[in-house]
Design a protein around this ligand. Structure first.
Ligand code: SD4
Length: 334
């Protein structure tokens, strides 16, 4: 039997068939009518909402406050994720991220807003807030994705400070790893803290962001799913949004976040869509026992879902004034 500590879906559980109908209705309705649709839906209004991967209550709290101050969903996400990027003790995002196998901290991040605009940086060094740089790429260049040195130079040209992101603790962890490993990238090393964050503002407008230092001790130049649109993140303001954590190679091969949004478009709840996307990974990967993939999703009404292959995944949801980190349901050979 599945563990059901689980994401706060209780208030949303009975919406059933009408959810699908409402989503389809949303899909056919122009953006300016969004607030009205939200207000009409079933009395189960749960907006705004912020949901993030892992136990990141300080980050969701910051994003929630930014929403209360009237900031856009995207700016709230930049603020929220920025809390963890600046936390030198977190070893998977921003400063303090575990390095690649050569000892370099390389960061991937992306954002997508309610208009379907996307911006990303991959394999960028020395800049603590890659998610804010990703937003600049979206807003201030004709491009969507900048890599490596080009991304870093762009960030510096926009006023971001270059700094050493390899903390003593992460350097020591890397040195220990070099002693014990065969100095090969290890497929299932997972650092459990990539932040994917989705927010729906009080008018039902949706944005998302994802930021990571990627897999610990990865090959130099390796890029995961987190900054690749459709894989690590996807937002469709008419339908909902999804984001991923875990082994990026598997998320990329199944284009997981796009898949989840398309399944919601077809009428699945966020929970059903996350479960289907995880099953897609399991069906395609005979060695799924060896790695973790987890997804979270939200729809236009603020209903949330989350699912992972294995136990241990966490999500944090700030909704209805409550900020709660929980273990979502998981597959693991049920
Ligand atoms: C990656 N998906 O680079 C990221 C890693 C991750 O929790 O999410 N870790 O593949």
């Amino acid at each position: 039997m599945k563990r059901r500590i689980f994401i706060q879906r209780a208030a949303l559980g009975s919406v059933g068939v009408s959810v699908g109908a409402a989503i389809l209705a949303c899909a056919e309705t122009k953006k300016e009518n969004t607030a009205a649709i939200v207000a009409k839906g079933n009395g189960k209004i749960a907006l705004p909402v912020v949901i993030a991967t892992w136990d990141v209550k300080r980050a969701t709290e910051k994003a929630w406050k930014s929403l209360q101050e009237g900031k856009s969903a995207l700016d709230a996400i930049i603020d929220g994720c920025g809390v963890e990027e600046a936390n030198a003790e977190g070893q998977s995002v921003g400063i303090g991220g575990l390095p690649d196998r050569e000892g370099r901290v390389t960061l991937d991040a992306c954002v997508m807003n309610e208009n379907g605009d996307y911006g990303a940086v991959v394999c960028m060094e020395h800049i603590k807030h890659p998610i804010a740089v990703a937003k600049k790429v979206m807003e201030e260049t004709p491009h969507v994705l900048l890599a490596a040195v080009g991304a870093e130079e762009f960030a510096v040209s926009k006023g971001f400070k270059r700094e050493n992101l390899l903390t003593d603790a992460s350097r020591k962890a890397w040195e220990e790893w070099k002693k014990t490993s065969k100095y090969k990238p290890i497929i299932n090393i997972e650092n459990h803290d990539t932040i994917g964050m989705l927010a729906v503002d009080k008018n039902g407008n949706i944005s998302g962001g994802c930021t990571t230092s990627g897999l610990a001790y990865k090959m130099s130049g390796r890029v995961g799913d987190s900054a690749i649109i459709g894989a690590g993140l996807f937002v469709d303001n008419e339908i909902g949004a999804a984001t991923a954590t875990g082994l990026g190679e598997e998320v990329l091969k199944t284009v997981g976040s796009f898949l989840i949004v398309e399944l919601m478009r077809q009428g699945k709840t966020p929970q059903e869509a996350c479960e289907e996307a995880v099953k897609r990974v399991i069906n395609k990967s005979p060695n799924f026992e060896d790695f973790q993939v987890g997804y979270i999703a939200v729809n236009k009404k603020g209903e949330t879902g989350a699912y992972s292959i294995h136990e241990g995944f966490m999500t944090t949801t700030y909704q209805g004034g409550r900020n709660e980190a929980v273990h979502p349901d998981f597959y693991n050979k049920k």
